[in-house]
Design a protein around this ligand. Structure first.
Ligand code: ADP
Ligand code: MG
Ligand code: MG
Length: 905
């Protein structure tokens, strides 16, 4: 029973793991009754044995001989036969498509004798020699390792000798000469040539396919895409059919729908008198598939009905390779076709409309990543021309603006209505305001998981990172590339974060249709209709809520347009960036009396901001997080102060207030600010800050209530590690509530804790007892679980870990399920064990990451809160997660639609 070789027409459900993708699909095509040249598959199991043991498994030789004999019997041809020679194609085929494996070798079986037989049987000498010269070249390149360039050179020379314009202009004689010279070339370069024994040709080709699994290119690809090393590849051996038999033959590719737009129709190309990769090689120009109607109407009709049948079988876009031999159509391969993000949405929605798939199935056929792509503005490539600098495509989208070299300048120019592009060596937390003000960001250092890249993607801001050789001179305010002047501050440039390219000057960018629609414009396009339909279905299906992280009324308005059901995180520290930083500084370090003044001002400022936010949310929940930033972010730079104080002293006029400030800043200086006075700890050390912020929130709410407007207020305490900490803060908050109640009105609120330290996750059951809700702060939870500071890690540690394969993706981009994710799940379970109905949200970066959303929904999160731009993505992914959790929709490869196929000729 256990064979190393299976015929394409073997009964039963083709096993992809054993037969590889191509083998399984060929078997399926045969079962569907389609015209497929007969053949067989040598299994991945055989390959694994060869890779492990260095020799073919016992039994493989017998299986191979048996199936070869069957094939000869079926075709009435013989491998190496001088009467009627059998020619074979040897095609590699791993379980999932994998570039880097050995290419297909066609026309195996030809030698100096069988070529004569082929000429006789076909009555076409030229055709026979054309096949032979192809074999010599393909075998030479792929099996013997002769460089393609050497064959190209040899061909050029021969064409020049004969004064011919191309191979089609050569007669049989010229092609025979090409064969001879090709054989000699192999001898010279590889030390051996094409064996004359066809069985030997076949064996060498099979071995070469197996060996290519271990090749450098294939290994790199597997490492990059996480394909296991041990799988191995199958090899398909198939009778040849010939598209190179003159005007009534040819080969082509067909798509059942346009893989770029998703539109239904005739897509693909056809080339008359061609074999193998001639169609795609571009040596001769292929014609659009629709022209086949004029060239060979019966074949065209048959192909159309097969395309239709295959679509009904696979219930998806199919990509088909076919060959016509002397008016007879053969199907060589089919697979579910790759497609652009736009086509993915369009096709999924259309297939629902056509009754081929359910809405649930459609939903799992599109991804949040694809939706993200559709939301970025696009660079009009035609107007852009050549790029002047290239870096990593870190965050897609295109933008135009003036170069600015620091955040303050970016903010200043942006307030005047200028579009700016922030160019920095790298970015850090204090560059965020500059990034918010900018249209795009470029960094000299850092990869796709750098601060710049992650923040930019979260904001939907185009970013090009890691532009090697980029020099930024802050004195001359100029930017250079490898020492050459590139541009000066103020120059207009265009950035395409989707390709990593930077252009001089202003090039057209266009907001995408999908974004214009999300923003409320009436856009009528099939794509928008498809996105709309699938998002609506996601909303009906998903069981997890979607909120947004937003710090301004404008952000909230956009988030609501994009479908958010509330605000899951307001970062109040963002209200104290730039000039406002000093309010916090004064609270932290000044004397009691000055502190009180600062607190009053701070309360007034925040009351205004909070009122705007609560009003913008219009009765939906708004979670205001108490100040959460390491104290040092609000204090002046210690070194800078010290230098200033010293130089004043050196000049003989010591500045006393400077000295006092220096002393205070020194007192507050921390060795590890990230694990120092921040979050709940700041709230406990400086309860007056909590009272000020809570008072501001309650007064803002009271104000709304007085104006008859709805609101739903939540206060959230960051960095909590124990229930006791939260209780202390709760008392301060209650004090503020009492005070506002006495003066104005009692406002309802909920108080919750962020779960972002491992201790909080582990003790969530107890924290839940004193919280109205919890929110998982997965960014800090990741930092603290790994004991790794994100900004430092991204510089050198993570890139190295990714290179070495220690990590497949940054844990800051996609949640680390088995570590951080496990803690998060433990927090949810713990909290619900004491309070079964407690809401537990997620407000970290991961809440908007397509690859994390399914997991977060799965552990029972109540809602996900992500940046406004990511809200549609989160809705879509949450819908998909719900469908997938119900168990996958039926495998589209599993059922046969035989009645339909009866129609196929
Ligand atoms: P890939 O995985 O690169 O698509 P294939 O195994 O499909 O490689 O082979 C490449 C090309 O070789 C096909 O597109 C087809 O044109 C040609 N080819 C494959 N098998 C045969 C065959 N049995 N007869 C004729 N041509 C074939
Ligand atoms: Mg193919
Ligand atoms: Mg945090």
């Amino acid at each position: 029973m256990n064979s190393y070789v299976y015929s394409f027409d073997a009964p039963g459900n083709p096993d992809r793991d054993l037969l590889g993708g191509k083998g399984a699909e060929l078997a399926r095509l045969v079962q569907l009754g389609l015209p497929v040249p007969p053949g067989f598959t040598v299994t991945t199991a055989a390959c694994r044995q060869v890779l492990e043991q260095g020799c073919r498994p016992a039994g493989m030789a017998g299986d191979l001989a048996h199936h070869l004999a069957l094939l000869e019997e079926r075709t009435g041809l013989a491998l190496g036969g001088v009467e009627r020679p059998l020619l074979l194609a040897v095609r590699s085929g791993p379980a999932s498509s994998m570039p880097g494996l050995m290419d297909t070798v066609l026309d195996i079986g030809l030698n100096d004798e069988t070529v004569v037989a082929l000429a006789r049987v076909s009555g076409d000498e030229r055709f026979a020699w054309d096949c032979y010269r192809r074999l010599v070249q393909m075998f030479g390149e792929t099996v013997l390792g002769v460089p393609a360039a050497s064959f190209a050179e040899l061909t050029e020379t021969l064409l020049a000798d004969r004064g011919a314009t191309g191979i089609p202009a050569l007669g049989a004689e010229g092609l025979r000469e090409l064969v001879e010279r090709g054989k000699t070339l192999c001898e010279v370069v590889a030390g051996r040539s094409l064996p004359q024994d066809p069985r030997k040709q076949l064996d060498l080709a099979i071995d070469a396919v197996f060996a290519s699994w271990q090749g450098e290119r294939a290994r790199l690809y597997r490492r990059r895409f996480g394909i296991p090393e041990h799988l191995g590849t199958a090899v398909n051996v198939q009778a040849m059919v010939f598209g190179n038999r003159g005007a009534t033959s040819g080969s082509g590719v067909a798509f059942t729908r346009d893989p770029v737009t998703g539109e239904l129709g005739d897509y693909g190309e056809y080339l008359t008198d061609a074999q193998g990769e001639d169609v795609v090689s571009g040596a001769r120009t292929a014609v659009p598939l629709a022209r086949l109607r004029d060239i060979d109407l019966p074949s065209y009709r048959q192909l159309r009905s097969i395309m239709c049948a295959l679509e009904h079988h696979y219930r998806d876009l199919c990509d088909i390779e076919f060959t016509i031999e002397d008016g007879r159509l053969w199907i060589l391969q089919t697979r579910v076709g790759k497609r652009s993000p736009a086509a993915a949405f369009r096709i999924a929605a259309d297939l629902v409309e056509e009754g081929m798939i359910t809405e649930d199935e459609a939903l799992v056929r599109v991804t949040g990543d694809q939706l993200t792509q559709l939301m970025f503005p696009q660079l009009d490539e035609r107007s852009a021309g050549r790029a002047v600098a290239v870096g990593l495509a870190a965050s897609p989208g295109a933008a135009v603006g003036r170069v600015v070299l620091d955040g303050a300048t970016a903010v200043a120019l942006a307030t005047r209505g200028e579009d700016v592009v922030l160019v920095r060596p790298e970015t850090r937390a204090d560059d965020v305001p500059g990034m918010v003000a900018a249209r795009a960001v470029i960094t000299a250092r850092g990869g796709r998981t750098s601060h710049a890249a992650i923040v930019a993607r979260g904001m939907g801001l185009p970013a090009v990172c890691g532009v090697e050789g980029l020099g930024i001179d802050m004195d001359t305010r100029r930017v250079s590339l490898n020492g050459q002047r590139l541009f000066a501050e103020g120059d207009v440039i265009t950035v395409d974060g989707g390709s990593g390219k930077v252009h001089h000057g202003h090039h057209r960018t266009v907001p995408s249709d999908v974004t214009r629609w999300l923003d409320g414009e009436a856009v009528e396009s099939p794509l928008v209709a498809s996105v709309s339909r699938l998002l609506a279905h996601a909303d009906r299906t998903r069981r997890v809520g979607v909120r947004a992280n937003a710090d301004s009324g404008r952000d909230i308005a956009r988030a609501l347009r994009y479908g958010a059901e509330g605000v899951g995180l307001v970062r109040t520290e963002r209200m104290f960036l730039g000039d406002r930083r000093t309010y916090v500084e004064r609270v932290l370090i000044d004397s009691d009396s000055e502190r009180e003044a600062a607190l009053r001002e701070l309360t007034a400022l925040q009351r205004e901001s909070f009122a705007v936010l609560l009003a913008a949310a219009d009765g939906r929940p708004v979670t205001i997080r108490l100040l959460d930033a390491p104290a040092h972010e609000f204090l002046p730079d210690l070194t800078d102060l010290a230098v200033r104080a010293e130089s004043a002293a050196a000049r003989g006029c010591p500045d006393e207030s400077l000295q006092a400030r220096l002393a205070a800043v020194r007192r507050h200086h921390e060795a590890n600010p990230m694990t120092g006075l921040r979050g709940v700890r700041l709230a406990i050390v400086r309860p007056e800050l909590v009272v000020a912020q809570a008072t501001a929130a309650f007064e803002a709410a009271a104000e709304l209530r007085e104006r008859g407007r709805p609101f739903d207020l939540e206060l959230m305490v960051p960095m909590v590690s124990s229930a006791a900490e939260l209780s202390v803060v709760a008392a301060s908050v209650a004090r503020a509530a009492e005070d506002v109640a006495a003066r104005r009105d009692r406002v309802p609120y909920r108080l919750g804790a962020m779960v972002e330290t491992p201790r909080a996750a582990v003790t969530a059951a107890r924290i839940a007892e004193v919280s109205d809700f919890l929110s998982l702060g997965t960014n800090d939870l990741t930092q603290l679980t790994w004991g790794l500071s994100r900004d430092d890690a991204e510089r050198s540690i993570l890139p190295r870990y990714l290179d070495e394969g220690l990590l497949r993706v940054s844990p800051f981009a996609t949640i680390d399920q088995e570590g951080v994710g496990d803690l998060a799940a433990c927090a949810v379970d713990g909290a619900r064990s004491t309070r079964p109905s407690i809401p537990v949200g997620v407000c970290g970066e991961h809440a908007g990451d397509p690859a994390s959303i399914g997991f977060l929904a799965g552990i029972g999160a109540t809602y996900l809160s992500c940046s406004p731009f990511r809200v549609p993505v989160a809705r879509l992914e949450a819908g998909r997660a719900a469908v997938l959790a119900e168990g996958c929709p039926p495998d589209r490869f599993d059922e046969l639609d035989l009645p339909f196929l009866a129609a196929v000729g």
